[in-house]
Design a protein. Structure first.
Length: 74
């Protein structure tokens, strides 16, 4: 599966963070799912930490602050 890579995972995690955190910030009622606003923010924080860990494993700690390589043209 060529489309399933770390960039796709990052996009998915960003979408989840936007749904969870964005909903909490605009007053979405998470209680209907049994989740408080505080818990929703904790979940989005855990997802953000997972993204940082993915970057650290994939690129290494120094790779996370290095300039990005140029985009290859196809």
């Amino acid at each position: 599966m060529k489309f399933l890579n770390t960039n796709a995972l990052h996009n998915l995690l960003n979408t989840l963070i936007a749904i969870i955190c964005g909903g909490a910030l605009v007053g979405f009622d998470w209680t209907m799912f049994g989740v408080t606003d505080r818990t929703a923010l904790q979940i989005s924080g855990a997802i953000a930490v997972a993204k940082i860990i993915i970057n650290a494993v994939r690129d290494g700690p120094l790779g996370m602050v290095a300039p990005s390589p140029p985009v290859e043209e196809k």
